[in-house]
Ligand binder design. Structure first.
Ligand code: NAG
Ligand code: FE2
Length: 208
């Protein structure tokens, strides 16, 4: 009985101490003058973060598909798993950018939802590479929309963000798209004459 009373007393003491701690916590008083991104531009960056995560999920599905024992094309699988990682990195970079500008104040669950990928199986490698190129073209267009908004929103041209996106993100988009186009060209030529054997050879060639 005594022990029980002691436990009850202790837990009351702990919870009231905890409550006091919370009451004493004062929110920091940082001048907000340095926050100079516009609402519309922030919204666009947040939309882009979701687009990168969606692309990442799509490539994750591709990577898993080509690694199945029934498909067993590890060149393709590695290529798409790597692409999934890169897309997640893009999302991270944009989150870090908002944090650097002091413009990410809510938590990540408000920022990102995990959506199922559009497609989860492919008849051959060529079909997947073509979908990847279409995905990249969409992402490029989406980045251009962010740039446009952040240039024109209330005439507050966000030079730094626009430079960050054109020099970093767009550069990678254009080289990535060209790489995919080249791969599709080679694979389709191989498959036109060699069918599945051409796909197998190409898989080994990507792997190396
Ligand atoms: C790959 O699959 C797509 C979709 O089923 C098909 O249209 C295409 O002809 C296939 N490509 C080759 C080279 O077999
Ligand atoms: Fe990306």
């Amino acid at each position: 009985m005594k022990v029980l009373a002691l436990i009850v007393l202790l837990s009351i003491a702990i919870s009231s101490a905890h409550a006091r701690l919370k009451c004493n916590e004062k929110s920091s008083d940082i001048p907000r003058d340095f926050l100079d991104m516009t609402r519309g531009c922030i919204k666009e960056v947040r939309r882009q973060i979701q687009a990168e995560i969606d692309a990442s999920m799509q490539y994750l599905a591709m990577g898993a598909h080509f690694a199945k024992d029934t498909v067993n094309l590890h060149g393709f699988s590695d290529f798409f798993f790597k692409a999934a990682g890169e897309e997640r990195e893009h999302a991270t970079k944009l989150i870090e950018y908002l944090l650097m500008r002091g413009q990410l104040t809510d938590d990540v669950s408000n920022l990102i939802s995990v959506n199922n990928p559009q497609k989860v199986s492919w008849a051959n490698g060529s079909e997947a590479l073509k979908q990847a190129l279409k995905t990249e073209a969409k992402v490029t267009k989406s980045i251009r929309n962010v740039i446009e908004k952040c240039e024109n929103d209330y005439n507050t041209n966000d030079y730094h963000l626009v430079d960050f996106l054109t020099g970093g993100f767009l550069q990678e988009q254009y080289t990535g798209q060209r790489d995919l186009a080249g791969k599709i060209s080679t694979l389709d030529k191989l498959m036109a004459t060699q069918g599945r054997f051409g796909e197998f050879l190409f898989d080994k060639q990507i792997l190396k």
